[in-house]
Ligand binder design. Structure first.
Ligand SMILES: C[S@@+](CC[C@H](N)C(=O)[O-])C[C@H]1O[C@@H](n2cnc3c(N)ncnc32)[C@H](O)[C@@H]1O
Length: 265
């Protein structure tokens, strides 16, 4: 993992070298659409306040819980005592990106959505509100954390979420074989190179031309930057968008020339 100072330096470099995020001069229809219809959609959707109220409650919650710690690694390490508010402050995707994921699901209308790394279900809730007709499969290894997520889904009256509990290594193979096609995936757990690439390869086997993959924290560490570089160069990948804290991948074969975009947001 990079230090805060290293990450800040990298972010500044990204911010000052990225395209301006307005869509001017963008020759890719996919990217133009993404910028104008999704990234720059400033509407305040009604679910935003509902979910953020829940996030706020989690950030104030002093309850101690026992958590199986998966760390940045795949193997279960040990059980730790953690305070809910500490996890809520450090592990959840900030609202800017969670709301972007909501708008992506709302715009592209995927049917089968996968999230690796549920935590308390805040981003899952955004995905679920994005398309109530979709099924959101969300995977979490820590039992007590998954239980809190399930309470949150109940509170938000969300019925289109299936929580899959257990280590990704164990739960993913049967999950993948249970459906043909996965339309949208947010990979936000186990931020190491080999596991990330392994999930990517597995996802490719169940993806279609219109599938969109979103990888979290692509610049978080050397390993994640290496994984992102491998994904960008993969023959199946036709387009990537680097938003620094997340990376978006398309494998649409209608895009004939591989393109990589870095966009400020
Ligand atoms: C960064 S958090 C997810 C945050 C969530 N997507 C959000 O934005 O609200 C990552 C989660 O993945 C889980 N996790 C990490 N590695 C795992 C593994 N190998 N199997 C199952 N769960 C894992 C952790 O327990 C943690 O709760």
């Amino acid at each position: 993992m990079y230090s805060s100072f290293q990450l800040a330096k990298k972010y500044l470099h990204y911010y000052f070298t990225a395209s301006n995020g307005k869509g001017h001069g963008t020759h890719s229809p996919f990217v133009f659409d993404f910028i104008t219809q999704v990234l720059n959609d400033k509407k305040v959707y009604s679910c935003y306040a509902e979910i953020e109220k829940l996030r706020l409650a989690l950030r104030k919650n002093d309850t101690n819980i026992e958590v199986e710690d998966f760390g940045a690694g795949s193997a279960y390490i040990k059980t730790n005592k953690r305070v809910v508010k500490d996890i809520a402050r450090s592990s959840l995707k900030p609202k800017k990106y969670a709301q972007l994921l909501y708008r992506m699901v709302q715009y592209y209308q995927p049917q089968n959505v996968l999230e690796l790394g549920t935590s308390f279900g805040i981003t899952t809730a955004y995905l679920a509100f994005g398309n109530k007709a979709a099924t959101i499969f969300t995977c979490e290894g820590a039992t007590t954390i998954a239980a809190i997520a399930q309470q949150n889904f109940k509170q938000l009256k969300l019925q289109n979420i299936k929580v899959i509990k257990g280590d990704f290594d164990v739960t993913l193979p049967p999950l993948f074989s249970s459906f043909n096609k996965m339309d949208f995936a947010f990979i936000d757990g186990n931020h190491r190179k080999q596991p990330t690439l392994q999930y990517f390869e597995q996802l490719l086997l169940h993806a279609s031309n219109t599938t969109i993959l979103v990888f979290d924290d692509i610049h978080w560490s050397i390993e994640m930057e290496e994984a992102w570089a491998v994904i960008q160069q993969h023959p199946a990948v036709t387009l990537t968008i680097d938003l620094f804290f997340i990376g978006i991948v398309s494998i649409n074969t209608a895009i004939k020339v591989k393109q990589h975009f870095t966009i400020a947001c």
